[in-house]
Design a protein around this ligand. Sequence first.
Ligand SMILES: [Cu+2]
Length: 420
Amino acid sequence: MFRQNSYSFALILSIILVFSSTIFPFSNFPTFGQAPATHISSEQYDKIKNCTTDLSKKPTSIEYLTYFNCGHVSKDESGRAVRQFTLIVQENQKIPISYEGHIFDGWTFNGTIPGPTIRVTEGDLVRIRVINSNENTHPHSLHTHSIHYAKNDGVSMGGYPGGAISPGRSFTYEFVAQPYGVYPYHCHVDPIADHINRGLYGMFIIDPKEPRPQMTEMAMLLNGYDMDFDQEGPTTLPPAAQFDTSLQDDTGSNMTADADSNETNTGSNMTNMTNMTHVSVPSSTEEEASEEASGEEERVNDIYTVNGKAFEYMMHPIVLQTGKEYRIYVVNMLEFDLVNSFHIHGSMFDYYTAGTDETSDYITDIVTLSQGDRGIMEFTYDYPGTYMFHAHQTLFTDLGWMGLFDVRGDPINTPRNDAT
Ligand SMILES: [Cu+2]
């Protein structure tokens, strides 16, 4: 009986499917992420996006809010935009991360933690050349989230040359940007937690072909710092044979950041790394830490921030206007703590998880983010005043993850019963 029913059910189902596909052929449904082509030129779009004209700038955490690096733009034969970026990895960078004198021994993409916000449009051909500075002692890579071939994934499993770039060498990652959304990028060399904690990460925005509604936009990357590097290392790498550095480029004498004016010549005393068998030189700190590692002590962050510096937006509140729409791209790159969050006072925001859809997921005043999670917040303020935004974990706020919006202008939509 059951068997007979199953057959009839299957028969009816296939009739429905065949019938419905003639009425609603699946090919008529828009493919995910493919907005209709616009007539807006990439130059016009880049202006809307507030793309920086100074690609070699080292933005402060104030400037980072609106610093969008859209690369050197050219066109290929088909007319497609080609965007080229250069990221230089430098170790032993002294980065001020608080107003109380905390200096972090960081590793940076182009001199800042976080690295520059990279911004492209869906369908662009993206080329990101990553140069591992000759003075460095560790291999590094660039792992971008989103869709691409494994060889451009920046991961050493599989022996891809872009998985571990030796000091003094470079590798160019190439892919077509898809789908639109907001993403993190970061180094993916083991031990990953350490390469991330040191500062090798940033934000990567793929804009939809059809521009989002225009509003003032800001980038906020959430991070933390384990200042004493406890438990760091050991940096045990697979044998060098897995990293065929002959497929990586010499940095040569023309190692430049995104703009020619920022030339940093580290190639003149470049040693030949091609036959290197072990590129990692653990520091004494790492060796000590590795001895303690057996204790399985938990790693902890000492400082938490938005865009790199503790309490930056308490010291420099972000000025907003009542009634104006704002969009924040948010990425959580916190290591060691599994959960981070973003809470705003005095207003609510539309939240778009991962920024991959035009419709918001919900309206809230707190979004909870695990490691690598990201999204887009859109909001307005009805009333003027000073409002906090912060993690809803008190420990994080006490240690730096807290800022202020200084909202100016007349109240709008004043409800009758609302006290002023
Ligand atoms: Cu790294």
